[in-house]
Design a protein around this ligand. Structure first.
Ligand code: ATP
Ligand code: MG
Length: 386
């Protein structure tokens, strides 16, 4: 008997915070909203909006609001900044949407500065959690092909690539082609995986790896043409580049020919890859017009943008300002697909990633690439044997 009373008490304690406070004295945010509506003349004649429920969550408060006939929700959206001020939160921390009634999320708790890695499902890879603690995913099989990752040094690009690759390797294990111009320091832990079909640490190898994935794309197109299909139904192929700026051609650059060849292949892959299941993930700490070439950018529909140095860099990645104003917190990012959302990216150390992928199928022999300088002839798709 006593146990069951404790049990009921415990259950009440756990769920009460999610119950609406219809009559309680803690109705203050709802009241503040209603008085803001009066001040801002958000009324329809004598009728005012009504707060139907106020829920308390770990992240803040949700108000469910009924609008009187004659007061369009657009008018409330237009007054978001003034309402935020009345509720004493920054406009970024007031989310308003219409879903069979008006929903106001007033975020009063700061986002965590560290969130753990979580494996995705199939091609859906977790890229962070939003202000309400909800996980968000980039879907390699979704409508937004190719991913651009930008932001300052130390922002969290390589950690994000680590999470993405760990999740893909744990899941559908697409063919992975990895280019790590930092000598393999960042992506080296994945090198031995069976699903890794190419691994480059210098320019000549990058040309070979991009040539190889381009050849794979062409092969897939011929199979599709033979089958009369318009898109590749099999396994995806993912090309990851950690740091795109390494292909930037400088005046008098002795590597300009090879860099230009790599850029041409990346452009080609970004334009034609999607239907063949070939997806690019390109990371750069220097998002400038000459690094993120206009042609490539046009074909990339999803972005992850950590803090940028200035508005110009933000505009290259997101097409608008905003990323320069992100707080100086590693892993804090703006995720852009159909719309933007601020997230805290998952944190995964190299040691933890190694443990997760340790049990996955490994290749027996090391991937070998012929040195670029040893090549008398330009390489073709067959020159890279794994
Ligand atoms: N999601 C995250 N959560 C918490 N801390 C993070 C996160 N991502 C990165 N960090 C911290 O920031 C450091 C730098 O991250 P990372 O190496 O990914 O930066 P980067 O953007 O790749 O920089 P660079 O352009 O110099 O290569 C990490 O070692 C880690 O301490
Ligand atoms: Mg890095």
């Amino acid at each position: 008997m006593f146990g069951s009373i404790i049990g009921i008490g415990f259950i009440c304690g756990s769920v009460c915070s999610l119950l609406p406070h219809f009559f309680s004295s803690s109705f203050s945010l709802g009241n503040s909203f209603l008085s803001a509506c009066k001040t801002l003349n958000l009324v329809a004649g004598d009728s005012q909006p009504m707060v139907n429920a106020e829920y308390t969550h770990a992240w803040g408060t949700r108000l469910l609001v009924g609008l009187p006939v004659g007061l369009p929700s657009a008018k409330v959206f237009d007054n978001r900044n003034a309402i935020a001020e009345a509720l004493r939160v920054s406009p970024d921390n007031l989310e308003i949407r219409y879903d069979d009634g008006l929903i106001l999320d007033i975020i009063t708790q700061p986002m965590p500065s560290k969130v753990p890695y979580r494996a995705g499902t199939a091609y859906r890879v977790c890229v962070g959690v939003n202000k309400r603690g909800e996980p968000r995913y980039y879907d390699f099989d979704g409508p937004y092909p190719h991913l651009l990752i930008g932001g300052i040094s130390g922002g969290g690009k390589s950690v994000m690539l680590r999470s993405i690759l760990t999740s893909l390797a744990q899941g559908p294990a697409p063919e992975l082609y990895l280019c790590d111009l930092k000598g393999g320091v960042e992506l080296g832990i994945f090198r031995g995986l069976e699903c890794v079909k190419g691994f480059a640490t210098e320019l000549g190898e990058v040309l070979q790896v991009t040539t190889k994935i381009e050849a794979e794309m062409k092969r897939r197109y011929s199979v599709m043409a033979a089958n009369g299909s318009q898109s590749w139904a099999g396994n995806k192929a993912v090309l990851v580049v950690d740091e795109l700026a390494d292909f930037k051609v400088r005046p008098g650059d002795p590597d300009r020919v090879i860099k230009a060849a790599i850029k041409t292949k990346l452009t080609n892959l970004s334009a034609k890859g999607r239907a063949a299941g070939v997806i690019l993930v390109l990371a750069t700490q220097r998002p400038s017009a000459d690094v993120v070439d206009g042609l490539i950018k046009t074909n990339i529909a999803a972005s992850i943008c950590f803090r940028t140095r200035d508005d110009t860099q933000s505009r290259i990645v997101l097409d608008h300002n905003g990323a320069a104003d992100l707080p100086d917190i590693p892993g804090r990012l703006i995720f852009q697909t159909a719309h933007d959302e601020t997230l805290q990216g998952p944190f995964l150390t190299a040691e933890d990633a190694k443990k997760i992928i340790a049990g996955l199928p490994q290749r027996e022999e090391v991937i070998r690439h012929e040195s670029y300088t040893d090549q008398a002839e330009p390489m073709d798709g067959n020159s890279l044997e794994l």
